[in-house]
Design a binder for this molecule. Structure first.
Ligand code: ME8
Length: 662
């Protein structure tokens, strides 16, 4: 028996749970349930991130105190997860006393080592608002405050700094010794390149607002919200019965947007607080984004879907499990994936109804009859071998934190089980009066189906329970120290029976399916890329603005082409450049010791946020070019344009940085 400690990010309370945040929470719940079934002492933590200026302002706008807003929204999170079949063992709130004590304790330990010092933070400040702004939040050109329309001033604020720069070497050594610390692998490389590029000390306190954890010994300051938030993974474990039992975390599951905080800042804070390498979190698992109509699902884009409403609409009994299944099956863990109601309806009818539910349905006519095990023939041997193979492959995939691959393996087994029923046709055996054969087929099928209910239980606990009831099997209760995974298949005692029940995945009638499509299709302004492509195919391409035909250029020799050093690159960081509205300052990993600095004229087409982590094509041997004092670009990104439209040339995710483009 071992312990398994898994966490979600703690969610900001300026939003309510949506299908995107549900994706992370469900993934954690699935992995926790799997480990519990394997006999591990599994612990799953989630919670809410409640401090900071954002929340203080949101509360003021609603005429509430920050604490009142936090109490209200945090409760929504806490109540939503169980509605999605998630069973966290603890729910931590950063405004709670236990968290504040813990985070102050971490701060004290770091300060005692001399790794926190007082300095000044430089930023843009609007006097009218008495608040700092980033350039992004201000109206350009001129850094004008969106509220007061006056130019923000550059001012300095007293701030405590964490000596992050001192931890670069130890972090790089830690990554070398723990190559699986960040997964997927490509993301580990991004993190390493970022650290290798040099770290700067980090501002870790603010004085211009007070909704935060007071800095020990200097209550004029509140802690920087990320220092406060990351510490939750440790502060939640400081009281019995979890104290001393689960630390360090087995896996922090995070969206790729917050990988840097978890893979760089968090271990550095812990190192500074005196944790040894063996006491650091074991893994940060970064997943991709759930998109809707081709855009990241988020409150700011107003394209969120309520997971609870979706589940209820799909099926009042097992809708939650259907949503969990679709999230885990359709979006390959680590990649972005688009949510579509067509996909949900398709999988409900095909994977769940036809392939899984139907297996039970096909032996239902024999419910209530006495089961009689017999000696297996070759067809039964094949049926059982397929189930054992599925159990092994699914366990391997869950162990590698890949629910998608686990489900794929299980469904291979289920399809073979359908083929078994087709071939053995118990209804035909009954017509021929061969009752012994009927019993044998139904028994073998009931036994493997019981094994499959265990395999799907981490993802679909309710479906597993309903099916087990109809199979006349015991209730599945994970026990610490007992491995319940069906590497060995269950056997039915002679004389046991199946119990008749309602189909678990009844077909949607046409009207219901149409209503679901209507209700859950993306808002019109966020068409799916496929719809855009279809529209582009059917509508004639708009002529070039000047009506000219495509420009042709004189032919070049292959030798000339071969002079181009074109490579796959991954954008490690992207920043705006002061007073250069069209340019972005990028660090791009192209397979060399250090990432390259590239200045690109794409600021009107892309935000820095959407570029970070993007895989692109880079011309590496273009002579360095200066865009202003100190702004030297060492390469060029490949992009295509059509009229006003400018798009970077996309590169498949599988290709590592540095791969030559020929
Ligand atoms: O970042 N697709 O909180 P947050 C996939 N408080 N996952 C998504 C998603 C989407 N469209 N939208 C959100 C914060 N998520 C900080 C975290 S941790 C110490 C502090 C998930 O409310 C994803 O896991 O913005 C992402 O990392 C998380 O929600 C961000 O939640």
């Amino acid at each position: 028996m071992s312990t398994y400690y898994i966490t979600t990010p703690i969610y900001y309370i300026n939003d309510v749970p949506h299908l995107g945040s549900a994706y992370t929470t469900v993934a954690c719940d699935v992995l926790k349930r799997y480990h519990a079934l394997r006999g591990d002492d599994a612990f799953f933590l989630t919670g809410t991130d409640e401090h900071g200026l954002k929340i203080q302002r949101a509360a003021a706008e609603r005429g509430m105190s920050p604490k009142e807003l936090a109490d209200e929204v945090s409760r929504v999170f806490e109540e939503t997860w169980p509605k999605l079949g998630c069973e966290p063992n603890d729910f931590i709130r950063t405004s709670s006393a236990r968290h504040q004590h813990g985070v102050q304790e971490l701060w004290r330990r770091i300060a005692a080592k001399g790794d926190i010092y007082l300095g000044h933070y430089e930023g843009l400040y609007c006097v009218g608002c008495e608040a700092y702004y980033t350039e992004k939040e201000l109206e350009q050109p001129g850094n004008r405050c969106p509220l007061h329309k006056t130019a923000a001033e550059t001012v300095k604020e007293e701030s405590y700094f964490f000596r992050l720069a001192n931890y670069g070497e130890r972090l790089l050594r830690f990554y070398e010794e723990n190559p699986a610390f960040v997964e997927p692998e490509g993301r580990m490389n991004e993190v390493k390149s970022f650290v290798a590029g040099g770290l700067q000390d980090l501002s870790v306190s603010r004085t211009t607002f007070d909704w935060g954890v007071p800095v020990p010994g200097d209550p004029r300051h509140v802690m920087y919200v990320w220092f406060d938030a990351l510490s939750n993974y440790w502060t939640a474990l400081q009281e019995p019965p979890s104290r001393g039992r689960y630390w360090p975390a087995s896996v922090h599951v995070v969206g790729k947007d917050i990988l840097r905080f978890h893979a760089i800042y968090w271990p550095a804070f812990l190192m500074a607080a005196g944790f040894s390498d063996a006491e650091l979190p074991r893994k940060v698992l970064a997943h991709g984004f759930l998109t809707y109509g081709g855009h990241k699902m988020s409150k700011s884009l107003r394209n969120t879907v309520s997971p609870v409403a979706l589940a209820e609409a799909v099926s009042p009994t097992v809708g939650v499990d259907v949503v969990r299944y679709c999230l885990m099956r359709s979006i390959s863990f680590g990649q972005d994936g688009d949510f579509s109601i067509d996909d949900v309806l398709g999988r409900y009818g095909t994977d769940l109804g036809n392939t899984f539910g139907n297996l039970l349905h096909r032996i239902h006519p024999f419910a209530g009859e006495t089961l009689a095990p017999a000696n297996d023939g070759p067809l039964e041997t094949g049926l059982r071998e397929a189930a054992r193979t599925a159990a092994r492959a699914a366990a391997e995939a869950f162990d590698a934190s890949s629910p998608t691959r686990a489900l794929e393996a299980i469904w291979v087994g289920l399809m073979l089980a359908n083929a078994y029923i087709d071939k053995t046709a118990p209804w035909a055996a009954r017509k021929q009066g061969d009752e012994a054969r009927v019993s044998h087929i139904v028994t073998a099928m009931a036994e493997v189906l019981e094994a499959y209910t265990v395999m799907v239980a981490p993802v679909m606990p309710k479906v597993a329970a309903l099916m087990r009831e109809q199979l006349g099997a015991t209730v599945l209760v994970p026990q610490v120290g007992h491995d319940s995974w069906p590497f060995e298949l269950p056997t039915r005692a002679a004389g046991s029976r199946l119990v008749k029940g309602e189909p678990v995945f009844p077909r949607h009638d046409k009207d219901v399916a149409a209503a679901l499509k209507e209700q859950f299709s993306p808002p019109p302004e966020t068409k799916t890329p496929r719809e855009d492509a279809v529209a582009a195919k059917t509508a004639p391409l708009a002529p070039e603005p000047n009506g000219a035909a495509v420009e042709t250029k004189p032919a070049i020799s292959y030798d000339d082409f071969a002079k181009l050093d074109l490579r796959v690159g991954v954008i490690v960081s992207a920043e705006r450049i002061l007073r250069k509205d069209r340019l972005l300052d990028l660090l791009v990993e192209v397979g060399e010791a250090q990432p390259r600095r590239i200045i690109a004229g794409i600021a009107l087409a892309y935000t820095p946020e959407e570029l970070r982590g993007k895989r692109i094509a880079v011309l590496c041997n273009l002579a360095p070019r200066e865009f202003g004092k100190g702004l030297v670009s060492h390469g060029m990104l490949m992009a295509a344009s059509h009229g006003e439209l400018l798009k970077l040339v996309a590169v498949p995710e599988e290709l590592p940085a540095g791969s030559p483009i020929k």
